[in-house]
Design a protein around this ligand. Structure first.
Ligand SMILES: [Zn+2]
Length: 277
């Protein structure tokens, strides 16, 4: 039982209109053609068939005034699911505190920021009310804080902003998605130094990473997964990936890791991130 029953810490669950827009943007930016399903029941059937038992459902708001309704939609979807853990989002130009408090009160288990797309990063003062509520409610935050795959010049990402967040909110568990690529070395070091800092493997550690994000997952040593067992979560970006779901794990499974490191990667670290242990 190395992989199954896995927790996938990075799945996108959003209404079809938003998914269509996201896929259009990914096609325009990188010619990614994506054909995985977007409705929850079909997604969950595919995830279950792949050995996933639980997943974190991540929305994000690319513009103001949609987050509250989007969060409600995600929470309603997850109420009918045995395997989804709902996260919420908010845009920097929203009534940030109000939107986040409402989502937490309704059961959102954490927050997601797709920083480059939302135009607000971990050091954006507009998000301070959200970060303060995350501390108060003990809810973790998932940030797309790195520059991969197409955000090298985006002002909302980068290690400097993330480390500023870590220093300001040391009590908040925070994950930098995609192993922090393309600044993975700095993010890995940050996770070594701060037990509340997490990374996820999403796309960066997939067998398709060289082709789709010009990144070779082999440059990250096995030692990183051993040393940071409990701080690195398996994630996929499903269903918005231009390759098979299986590609997300084949490279990871080819590594010579200890049973404990695999256990933490595929289950344990997500539990700790969610505050379940
Ligand atoms: Zn994602």
């Amino acid at each position: 039982m190395t992989f199954a029953p896995a927790t996938d810490a990075h799945v996108h669950l959003m209404p079809d209109s938003l998914m269509t827009a996201i896929r259009g943007a990914l096609y325009d930016a990188a010619e990614w053609e994506i054909d995985h399903p977007t409705d929850r029941e079909t997604m969950e059937a595919e995830l279950t068939a792949e050995g996933v038992a639980k997943y974190i459902a991540l929305p994000y708001a690319h513009k103001p005034e949609i987050a509250a309704e989007l969060n409600d939609w995600v929470l309603a979807q997850c109420a009918n699911s045995e395997m989804a853990v709902p996260f919420a989002t908010v845009h920097g130009d929203d009534e940030v505190g109000e939107v986040v408090k409402r989502a937490f009160e309704k059961g959102a288990r954490g927050l997601k920021f797709q920083c480059p797309v939302q135009g607000c990063g971990p050091a954006d003062p507009r998000l301070d009310p959200a970060f303060e509520l995350a501390a108060e409610y003990d809810r973790p935050i998932m940030f797309h804080a790195g520059t991969a795959p197409m955000f090298r010049d985006n002002p909302a990402v980068g290690f400097d902003q993330f480390v500023q967040f870590v220093e300001t909110y040391p009590e908040v568990r925070a994950c930098c998605a995609h192993m922090g690529t393309y600044d993975h070395e700095a993010f890995i070091e940050c996770a070594r130094e701060n037990e509340q800092v997490f990374l996820d493997t999403t796309v960066a550690m997939s067998a398709s990473a060289p082709e789709y994000m010009d990144f070779d997952p082999a440059v990250i040593d096995d030692d990183v997964f051993e040393d940071l067992a409990g701080s690195i979560m398996y994630g996929s970006d499903y269903p918005n990936i231009p390759y098979s779901y299986e590609d997300e794990r084949t490279h990871l499974l080819s590594r010579d890791l200890s049973a404990e490191a695999f256990e933490q990667l595929f289950r344990g670290a997500a539990e700790r991130f969610l505050g379940e242990n």
